[in-house]
Design a protein around this ligand. Structure first.
Ligand code: FPP
Length: 248
């Protein structure tokens, strides 16, 4: 193999380093079913899911992704039993506290997509602290979608745009797709190239509705707690086998 090709192709992962996605988004699904299958309470599935969160963030950073987005809590998830919601919030606080040194070591910036003010005060405080401390990290962005809904994201963008137009600060004719995207939670980030969903469900579930227009979809039957490094690498290799045409 010529030097150029061997540099391009990473031998251990089989990945072509010149054709990596810039942004990968993941719908982490199946924690409850994973736990149920083992006779455990659902919350044990969420706890086990944190390990997969760590593995995914570590691998994303290792292969050199720019952005990893994880769907951790949707606006619809408030409808779950109160005990499950409070466990999820507690697990999130625990994750933030424990993970800060790793985020710093790996130069990962934490960012939140979603209605921040609607989160419990303690979660907001933990998030603010981690976002502040990791704010200057430049190797990768880890987006946690929390209290997130794709439709409500688009509505809040439309509202802010309408206010600017009403105040005479924005001309209707200057509004285009590029400008609109600057009012979304993902402002300034590339759109996801690859969307992964675990647990065998074939749904988008109100996730990044605007941003995934041209994303490649990768659906796996594995439950989130069993989605490991080899599975993430396989998703990336599958992405590299696809031909992206963007409608052309
Ligand atoms: C979906 O599984 C998963 C969630 C609603 C929450 C994801 C949360 C974690 C992985 C843990 C905490 C996250 C972070 C970032 C620390 P489900 O409960 O819908 O599973 P089911 O469809 O099998 O019931």
């Amino acid at each position: 193999m010529s030097t150029a090709i061997s540099e391009q192709l990473d031998a251990s992962s089989g990945l072509d380093r010149t054709r990596l996605p810039r942004h990968v988004a993941i719908i982490m699904d199946g924690n409850g079913r994973w736990a149920h299958g083992r006779g455990l309470p659902r919350v044990m599935g969420h706890r086990a899911g944190i390990k997969s969160v760590r593995i995914a963030a570590e691998l994303a950073r290792e292969v050199g992704l720019e952005v990893l987005t994880l769907y951790a809590f949707s606006v619809e998830n408030w409808k779950r039993p109160a005990a499950e919601v409070s466990t999820l919030m507690r697990l999130l606080n625990e994750y933030l506290r424990r993970e800060l040194p790793t985020l710093m070591k790996n130069e990962i910036r934490l960012n939140v997509l979603g209605d921040f003010e609607g989160l419990p005060a303690l979660v907001q405080r933990h998030l603010e602290r981690v976002m502040k401390e990791t704010g200057e990290n430049r190797k990768m962005v880890l987006n946690l979608a929390l209290n997130y809904g794709g439709r409500s994201e688009i509505v809040q963008a439309a509202r802010r745009i309408a206010e600017l137009v009403k105040a005479g600060k924005l001309k209707v004719t200057s509004l285009d797709e590029e400008l609109f995207s600057r009012f979304l939670y993902t402002a300034g980030q590339p759109d996801p190239d690859l969307l992964i969903r675990t647990s065998g469900e074939h749904r988008i579930s109100n996730f990044l509705l605007w941003q995934i227009s041209y994303a490649e979809l990768y659906l796996t039957p594995k439950f989130w707690p069993e989605f490991g490094k080899a599975d993430f690498l396989e998703a990336l290799r599958e992405y590299q086998r696809r031909e992206r045409r963007f409608g052309a």
